[in-house]
Design a binder for this molecule. Structure first.
Ligand code: F6R
Length: 261
């Protein structure tokens, strides 16, 4: 995997927004997989700025969700559908028609998971999948010991993830759903270009285990080592436990610019 160390979250957001811009210029109807949470917000802000300045035409872009809480009422402001509408679809000026996600309020959750996994394939597959990382090494909501071959399915959040996400629910863990629908690790690995952004010292351990540890389901993000074109963008704080940080810096500094991410 390629590891790019950037000074801060803003620089990471800008770099990844540039990669999305390059993708949209060669494939205007690219399917972009989006993550929620705090980390990707600088990407969405940088991309929105490019669209508003006319530097990027995202009008034909298609957007798909990575994961969703199970059981939140439709329209709940913290459902990931609402978050993506608010942070991505509306700022980019897209319509809901260009957006697909799993149905977290379906009565038959398993059928909803299978339908979503199939819909991603039928849509031609995800061109670029944005990912954050949990402090426990999860991608999507594939918590530790998720099968590396998993498909979209229901998962139970760890206590740590519910604690981490309580900030979106009035700091009240009781309001954080226990169950989620998430693209599986096998599903994520089918995307043409997974791009993980990690910022802040709290992610440094998970990043080091992902990049420099063995591939192991106990660190789900380490599965990205199996992808032929995975990119991990980290700020200095998130890179602080990487033993090979200097090598990653030198490699990226010497990379021909035309290659992009
Ligand atoms: C969200 C998601 C999660 C988050 C991760 C990090 O759609 O899939 O894997 O990316 O929990 O969250 P933040 O960015 O809030 O630290």
């Amino acid at each position: 995997m390629e590891v790019v160390i950037v000074p801060d979250a803003t620089a990471g957001g800008e770099l990844i927004a540039e990669a999305i811009a390059a993708l949209l210029s060669r494939k205007p109807d690219a399917l972009l997989g989006v993550a929620t949470g705090s980390t990707p917000l600088p990407i969405y802000q940088a991309l929105t700025a490019k669209v508003r300045s006319g530097a990027v035409d995202a009008s034909r872009a298609r957007i798909c969700q990575l994961d969703e809480y199970v059981g939140l009422p439709a329209g709940h402001p913290e459902s990931y559908r609402s978050v993506v509408l608010r942070e991505v679809i509306e700022p980019l000026g897209l319509s809901e028609k260009s957006f697909m996600g799993p149905d977290g309020s379906a009565e038959d959750v398993q059928a909803a998971c299978e339908a979503y996994d199939k819909a991603l394939t039928e849509a031609g597959g995800v061109d670029l999948q944005l990912l954050g990382i949990g402090t426990d090494g999860h991608i999507g909501f594939n918590e530790p010991c998720s099968s590396l071959a998993s498909r979209t399915r229901i998962k139970t959040l760890t206590e740590q993830t519910r604690i981490d996400n309580a900030r979106f629910f009035d700091d009240d863990i009781a309001q954080v759903p226990r169950h989620v629908i998430t693209q599986g690790i096998g599903t994520i690995l089918e995307s043409r270009h997974p791009v993980l952004l990690a910022t802040g010292e709290g992610k440094a351990d998970a990043v080091a285990r992902t990049v420099e540890g063995p591939v192991a389901s106990v660190v789900p993000a380490s599965a990205l080592q199996l992808h032929p074109h995975a990119t991990v963008v980290v700020d200095e704080a998130a890179a602080s436990k990487l033993k090979l940080a200097d090598y990653f810096r030198a490699t990226y500094a010497a990379k021909p610019q035309w290659q992009g991410l």
